[in-house]
Design a protein around this ligand. Structure first.
Ligand SMILES: [Fe+2]
Length: 161
């Protein structure tokens, strides 16, 4: 098992993009649409990080980073909306607070991409953003989103709709 893991981490594979290495099945909420979107977010953020960490010149990375950034801006909003609709559908009590966390993230992504454009694609800014985005995604999906699943499960078990 260890051998396989070491084998996967060659530079070549890294460049080709071995995705979903950070995704864990325990992150699943048991809601197919949300789980699919979460996996896609992990996949995109990981490939974003792979581009950021690659040894190519910064100028060469800009088009790919910009494309992912544009995708993220649209997809994050779409995903948050779907997740919020799901929360409402099960009368999740943490809905308002959760929506605020989502809105805060959307504002942050918009603000950074505005700064990034204004700075003429500053590397430092994107490196910092990539790290924060990844940390946020893992923490959010592993903790805050899990509470939605916990509630749904409890509600299903208790049957008090
Ligand atoms: Fe969420």
């Amino acid at each position: 098992m260890l051998k396989t893991k070491v084998g996967v981490k060659t530079k070549n594979n890294y460049k080709k993009g071995v995705n979903n290495m950070l995704w864990k099945d325990k992150y699943e909420l048991g809601v197919p649409l949300i789980d699919t979107q979460h996996k896609e977010l992990f996949r995109r953020v990981e490939s974003f990080m792979q581009v950021l960490r690659a040894e190519d010149n910064w100028d060469e990375k800009i088009p790919q980073l910009n494309e992912t950034l544009e995708f993220m801006k649209r997809y994050v909003v779409e995903h948050f909306r779907a997740e919020e609709e799901y929360q409402q559908s099960i009368n999740y009590p943490g809905y308002e607070a959760h929506k605020e966390v989502h809105n805060g993230m959307v504002d942050y992504v918009k603000e950074v991409s505005k700064q990034y454009e204004n700075s003429n694609y500053d590397e430092q800014l994107m490196q910092q953003f990539g790290g924060r985005l990844l940390a946020w995604l893992i923490n959010h999906v592993a903790a805050e989103d899990q509470r939605i699943a916990d509630y749904a499960l409890k509600k299903g078990v208790n049957g008090n709709d």
